[in-house]
Every structure is written in structure tokens, then in C-alpha cells.
Write a protein that binds this ligand. Structure first.
Ligand SMILES: Cc1cc2nc3c(=O)[nH]c(=O)nc-3n(C[C@H](O)[C@H](O)[C@H](O)COP(=O)(O)OP(=O)(O)OC[C@H]3O[C@@H](n4cnc5c(N)ncnc54)[C@H](O)[C@@H]3O)c2cc1C
Length: 619
């Protein structure tokens, strides 16, 4: 009997998983809202990490990733990812990805945040585009052989479970004509990316709503570490969207500064208060505060320092923005950054090669996501559990939409690695999962579920309430941006949670002007909004209950990390009876490195790894 798997999402994670499954002759239905080449992965600029140079090693990469994530990542998963990274670069190279080369023809590597090693392979500043085009070509080969079937412009609506609760298919809708139907399979893989749209303005694309994960959460999927939202330190301030200026700019030597003022003082990382540079002279504050890592401190730290400096009234042109300066870089470095410098020029009409850019913080990435299992290679029950499988049997989750690998803060250029790696891993694990169970003819009550979805669709299209969904979205995203980003406090989080519940209530009274079923964008948005409000509550409640500061989560009244009470993964579960979010916690797997206080002021020694025995290559 043929095996069939549904992969939802055609970004880097979804494509790598589809290719791995197809290699094993498993038929794949590849469902995505957008065509693969328009998936958000195409926007990735700076690069993808792999420890390849002689001085570097996969264990140093793993340690820096774990330390960068403030010790909240499960360590075996991170170590295996870092060990696999060099072969992933080799694989992508063999697929024809155009990585930059050194003069001797080897792949070139650049610096990125949170590390002093040149570890980031790149294609100028359009790495995501080169990677996704290369993977897309590979999927075409299998499409030609009818092993992969694409459903582009289709939206995931709901998981179909059998009577034992295992994933056996999905209900989806064609977004061009709102036709609702189902496809069934032996397993389902979700690879639907990030959730920036919940915060309104972000560096993410409009399709990054987190809705598929939110719908699955309401169907019983656990969601982990939702409170950890990464704020990128350098994006172009804008009214519609915040366009990223990649960390690769700083990797190539860009410097962040503001005009100093020696009448003001600011707290340095060692707790001392020092002058804010000299009056009217450029003050390179990150370089003074973190003399070893300078402008390449991890993003959570850079973002908080930039906010602190702007709150002192030192922002460029007295606004919330700082200078990001590449004017001193040589032409070779500028060329490597051309794609992101061109974006700046296009949207500001200023040439960043001549005038320092002005940038500020932007919501960028979600470390949290679907909880997925990760049995380590030498765990005694390794054969009974499946990596990347959620708590729903047969439902896997990969890429930015899962929570594994980054802990409380992601290091730059580790996302692309995690996406491709988790996709390849899931390909193997899904195959093992399918082979391990006997196919039973379980009953699937699909017809009724499709009828329910059609009923919901009709209701939303025809209801005559007084609320406007775009207005509600603005209210929600304003709250989330103000209270659930760089600094948080319990009073505002509590108020935000209450208001989100009110907004959820009001969203039942939305009415839509466009009631057609052809290309109805406002209907699609209104449907997604229902799920966005729920996910916003998951994020806010998880943040409210974590009374410490760790990685991207910083609470004014609890400014220190509290390992005694909070060195644990947050798990959110949907309480259907109360239509509410329940929070519990799970231990972090710390078997290889002991947690230490993070510091980036000076170079730190990397401890040797403990208890490491076995590694399972995915290539
Ligand atoms: C501007 C920018 C630059 C970045 N640069 C880097 C970098 O240099 N290095 C790095 O490591 N990381 C970078 N990142 C992060 C990285 O790009 C993302 O984390 C990664 O590309 C996510 O890949 P993905 O496959 O998980 O999701 P995506 O690429 O977002 O793909 C998600 C897929 O799911 C589909 N989808 C979504 N919802 C649904 C639904 N309901 N139904 C059906 N389909 C759905 C979409 O159509 C899409 O095909 C950057 C991020 C941004 C915003």
C-alpha cells in the first residue's frame, strides 16, 4: 500500500521535509498559502551557520547556541543540529545554492551575533532566496515523477484525527474561491513559519500569522515557550512594515552609534553607571559596554541596550532610532551587503554607503512554537518516540513553527539551519512512524467536519455585527507591541490578557463588507484573526507567569534569571471547557553543559561537553 504524508508549508522547513520523504518514495501533498518561492524564507538575508573552520567546532557552535538561548534549549537536540550543520551546507552546495566564495574557491563565512567565530555561510545578503530556490528545484524533480503534489494558494483549516486521536489528514480551503475540502494521509507535518502579524508591524511577511499552530492548539496540540519573542535590533522604522537590515551588516563591520552626552549616565553590564560618551561625538555604546563582542552581542542584549539609550533621549534626531553605520566599509564588504543596502535606499531614498542608516527595534522571530518531542540518540526509549512529533500522534511540526533549538533567544543564522535540519529529521522520523504502525481502517468522520467548516464560513461571511476586523487587529497589535515585547511588567501583562479576552468577544461581532467567495482577502483575514487573538493570549499568559528575566523575556520587577524556579519549558494547553489557556512546565534537558550566567563583556572559555555518546547523522 502506498504511503502518503501531508506537509503544510513550503518554506525551507517544509521543502526539506518534502524532499526527504520523496527520496524514500513516500507520496507528499505539499500544501501552502503561498508558492514556495514566495514563502517567508525567501526574505532571509544574512546566512546560515555551520562550524567548518579549523579553529571552530560543532560543540563550540552548540555551546554558544545554548548559552545564547540562556540555557532553555534542550541540549541533545541542539548538539545534533550543530553536528549536522556542515553536511547541510554541503548538501545545499551540491543542490546548486550560490554561496559566496573566497579567492581559493572555498565557501566564505562571515561573523554573526553571539559568536567570535566566522561561522555563517552566505549568499551576499539574500541567502534565504538562494536556499529556497535550490530546494524548490529539487522538489520539481519529484513533482515531475508525481511523488510530490502541490496545493499552492491553499490554507490549512483543521486537522483530521482518527478515532484514536492520531493525525490522518487535514481540511483545507482554496483561498481563491473559498472551496473547502479534505485530504487524508498517514501523517501530517506542519511547517507554517512565524507569527509576526500578531504584533502588527514586524519584519515578517503578511502570511506569518501563526494561525495553523493556533488552530492545532485549539485541537489539543501543546504550545511551548510562547513568551520568547525575538526583537531584532536593526530594522528600518516604517508605517506599514519594519524592513530588516540584517545582522550581516554588523558581521561585515557596521557600527551602531548615537551622539553622546556626558551630562547623562547609563548602567553598564557590570552594574556601574558611566557617562553616555562625549557631547556631540559619536558614541559607540555597544562597543564600550561589550568590548569583546561589541556590535555582535546577541539580539536580546543589543535590543535592550538600544532601547535604554533611546529612553535616555539619545536616539538619532531625538527619535526612537540609532545610527547603523557602514560608510567606513570597503567596497568588497559593501558589495556583500548590497541586497539589504538596496532595500534601505529604496525605502528611505538615502544611500547608506554615504549616510549612516537609521534603524530601530522590530519584532522578528518566535522562539516558541509547537511542543515537539526529541528523544536523544542514547535514550533507552529512543525507538519508541519520534523526533519532531507533537503530543498528537502522527502530527509533526518543524521550522520556525516548532519550539526546539533556540531556548529563550535565537542566535542569528541559526534559524535557517534549524528549518532545514528539522525538515530532514522529520522526513526520517515520519518514515519510521509510518513503518511502525499497522494501517488500520479507522473511521474518519470527515463529511461532518467539512460541513461544520462550511457552516462557519457562511456565518462569518453573512453576519452583521458592528465590529471591523482590521480595527480589532490594530487594537490587539498595539497592545502586544506596547506590553509584550522588549520590557514587560505583570500589571500591563494582566491588563493585556484581559483586553485580549474582550477583543476575542468583540470579534464575534465582525461584519465584512465583501461577502463574495472570490479572492476575498478580508474574509481570510477575519478567519485568521480569530486564531491570532487566541495565540496572543498564549504568548501573554506565558509571559505573565514567568516571573524572571531570561533571553528575550525581560521583566522589570524580576530583572534576574531565576534558575531555581524557572529553568523550565513553558507548556500551554487549550482548556476547551473554559475556552482558556492552561500553563504547566517541563524540565529542560541539560545533560551536556551546566547553566552559567551569560556574559559578553569578555571572551569566555567553552566548557567541554559531558555525557555525549552517540550522534545520528540525518544525511
Ligand atoms: C527579514 C528576515 C531575515 C531573516 N534572515 C535570516 C538569516 O539570515 N538567517 C537565519 O538563520 N534566519 C533568518 N531569518 C529567520 C528565517 O528566515 C525564518 O525563521 C525561516 O525562514 C522560517 O522558515 P519556515 O520554513 O519555518 O517558514 P516560512 O518560510 O515562513 O514558510 C511557511 C510556509 O507555510 C505556509 N503557510 C503559513 N500558514 C499557512 C496555513 N495556514 N496554511 C497553509 N500554508 C501556510 C506559507 O505559505 C509558507 O509556505 C530572517 C527572518 C526575517 C523576517
Amino acid at each position: 500500500m502506498e504511503n502518503r504524508v501531508i506537509v503544510v508549508g513550503a518554506g525551507l522547513a517544509g521543502l526539506s521535509c518534502a524532499i526527504k520523504l520523496a527520496e524514500k518514495n513516500i507520496f507528499v501533498d505539499l500544501v501552502s498559502l503561498l508558492p514556495a518561492k514566495r514563502s517567508h524564507s525567501v526574505c532571509a538575508q544574512g546566512g546560515i551557520n555551520a562550524a567548518i573552520s579549523k579553529e571552530d567546532s560543532a560543540f563550540i557552535h552548540a555551546y554558544e547556541t545554548i548559552k545564547g538561548g540562556d540555557f532553555l534549549a534542550n541540549q541533545p537536540a541542539v548538539i545534533e543540529m550543530c553536528l549536522a550543520a556542515p553536511s547541510i551546507i554541503e548538501m545545499m552546495d551540491s543542490f546548486g545554492c550560490l554561496f559566496n566564495r573566497t579567492k581559493d574557491g572555498s565557501i566564505d563565512f562571515r561573523n554573526f551575533g553571539g559568536s567570535l567565530y566566522k561561522r555563517t555561510a552566505f549568499s551576499d545578503a539574500s541567502t534565504g532566496q538562494q536556499l529556497i530556490y535550490s530546494l524548490d528545484e529539487q522538489t520539481r524533480r519529484y513533482e515531475e515523477k508525481k511523488i510530490i503534489t502541490r496545493y499552492e494558494h491553499h490554507e490549512f483549516l483543521k486537522l483530521i484525527k482518527d478515532e484514536n486521536g492520531s493525525a490522518k489528514g487535514i481540511i483545507l480551503q482554496d483561498i481563491n474561491n473559498l472551496n473547502i475540502f479534505s485530504i487524508t494521509a498517514d501523517a501530517v507535518v506542519i511547517a507554517t513559519g512565524g507569527l509576526g502579524v500578531i504584533f502588527g508591524k514586524s519584519t515578517n511577511s503578511f502570511a506569518c500569522t501563526g494561525c495553523a499552530n493556533a488552530a492545532l492548539f485549539m485541537q489539543g496540540m501543546k504550545y511551548a515557550n510562547a513568551e520568547f519573542i525575538q526583537i531584532h535590533p536593526t530594522a528600518i522604522p516604517g508605517h506599514d512594515k519594519l524592513r530588516l537590515i540584517s545582522e550581516s551588516a554588523r558581521g561585515e563591520g557596521a557600527r551602531i552609534w548615537v551622539y553622546g552626552d556626558d551630562a547623562k549616565t547609563i548602567e553598564f553590564p557590570d552594574g556601574s553607571f558611566q557617562k553616555c560618551g562625549k557631547k556631540n561625538e559619536p558614541w559607540y555604546f555597544l562597543e564600550e559596554m561589550y568590548p569583546k563582542y561589541k556590535n555582535l552581542v546577541p539580539r536580546d542584549i543589543a535590543a535592550r541596550e538600544i532601547l535604554k539609550v533611546c529612553n535616555k533621549g539619545l536616539g538619532a534626531d531625538n527619535k526612537d532610532q540609532v545610527y547603523l553605520d557602514v560608510t567606513h566599509l570597503n567596497s568588497e564588504s559593501l558589495k556583500k551587503l548590497s541586497s539589504c543596502l538596496d532595500i534601505y535606499e529604496k525605502f528611505t531614498s538615502e544611500d547608506p554607503r554615504k549616510i549612516p542608516m537609521k534603524t530601530f527595534l522590530a519584532v522578528h522571530y518566535s522562539m516558541g512554537g509547537a511542543w515537539v518531542d526529541w528523544p536523544a540518540s542514547d535514550d533507552s526509549d529512543r525507538d519508541k518516540r519520534f523526533r519532531q512529533m507533537t503530543n498528537i500522534e502522527g502530527l509533526f511540526n518543524i521550522g520556525e513553527s516548532d519550539y526546539q533549538y533556540h531556548g529563550a533567544n535565537r542566535l542569528g543564522a541559526n534559524a535557517l539551519l534549524a528549518c532545514i535540519y528539522s525538515g530532514l529529521v522529520a522526513g526520517d522520523e515520519v518514515n519510521k512512524y509510518i513503518s511502525s504502525y499497522k494501517k488500520l481502517n479507522t473511521k474518519l468522520s470527515i463529511e461532518n467536519q467539512i460541513k461544520d467548516e462550511i457552516k462557519r464560513q457562511k456565518k462569518l461571511l453573512n453576519q452583521m455585527g458592528k465590529e471591523n476586523v482590521f480595527q480589532l487587529h490594530n487594537e490587539m497589535s498595539d497592545l502586544m507591541l506596547k506590553n509584550v515585547t522588549v520590557t514587560r511588567d505583570n500589571k500591563s501583562l494582566k491588563e493585556t490578557l484581559d483586553k485580549l479576552r474582550e477583543i476575542e468577544e468583540r470579534s464575534k461581532n465582525i461584519s465584512l463588507q465583501d461577502k463574495s467567495v472570490q479572492l476575498n482577502q478580508s474574509y481570510l483575514f477575519a478567519r485568521e484573526f480569530f486564531y491570532m487573538v487566541k495565540l496572543a493570549q498564549v504568548i501573554t499568559k506565558s509571559a505573565l507567569l514567568r516571573n524572571e528575566s531570561r533571553g528575550s523575556h525581560y521583566k522589570k520587577e524580576f530583572p534576574k534569571r531565576d534558575d531555581l524556579n524557572f529553568l523550565k519549558t513553558t507548556l500551554a494547553t487549550y482548556n476547551a471547557d473554559k475556552n482558556d489557556v492552561d500553563i504547566s512546565y517541563e524540565k529542560v534537558d541539560l545533560r551536556h553543559f551546566d547553566p552559567m550566567q551569560r556574559s559578553y563583556e569578555k571572551e569566555e572559555f567553552v566548557p567541554s561537553i559531558k555525557n555525549f555518546k552517540k550522534f545520528e547523522p540525518v544525511l
